[in-house]
Design a protein around this ligand. Structure first.
Ligand code: ISQ
Length: 159
């Protein structure tokens, strides 16, 4: 079954909630990534480049928002076109930075788990449900597949 209007609505609705406190949810998202995979800390260039503590790191916030926003945009595209299409230059960039950072398939699962848990906390137990989880999960998976495919291209080019 394709991505439905209802699923798109669930993702958009919860993104509106996340938007109300970006500094908090960005940090929460990042903290959950490190909680699930403590070893991942050194993979984030914006931490190495900055003296700022993560609580007050504008780059972390900007990056986390990109992940939220792109997943939300993926949900919209999945409903409209049935697939995730990322602008060529953006996708090339994403392929390169992820290969350079040493990202492997399991890392995408860590980020997925952290993303879902962040949204769950933002929405609150009462409104959170399996449908919402699956809608975000599917949008994320398809976006992750697009990035992974591009990473593979990048590897092939440099091999
Ligand atoms: C980049 N890629 C995946 C997850 C991230 C989380 C926080 C900031 C940047 C990220």
């Amino acid at each position: 079954m394709g991505f439905t209007e209802k699923q798109e609505g669930l993702v958009k609705e919860s993104w509106e909630v996340l938007k109300q406190d970006i500094p908090h949810f960005s940090l929460r998202f990042f903290s959950l990534i490190l909680e699930i995979a403590p070893g991942a800390k050194n993979m984030f260039s914006f931490l190495r480049e900055s003296e700022e503590i993560p609580q007050n790191n504008p780059k972390l916030k900007a990056h986390a928002v990109k992940v939220f926003k792109m997943t939300c945009e993926s949900a919209i595209q999945l409903r409209e076109k049935g697939e995730v299409v990322v602008a060529d230059t953006t996708l090339k960039y994403l392929g390169t930075v992820h290969v350079k950072s040493g990202v492997k398939d399991p890392h995408f699962e860590v980020v997925k788990e952290a993303l879902i848990r962040t949204i769950e906390e933002a929405i609150g137990e009462e409104k959170w449900n399996e449908e919402m989880k699956n809608a975000w999960g599917e949008a994320y998976d398809q976006l992750a597949e697009a990035i992974k495919a591009e990473m593979k291209n990048h590897h092939d080019e440099t091999a």
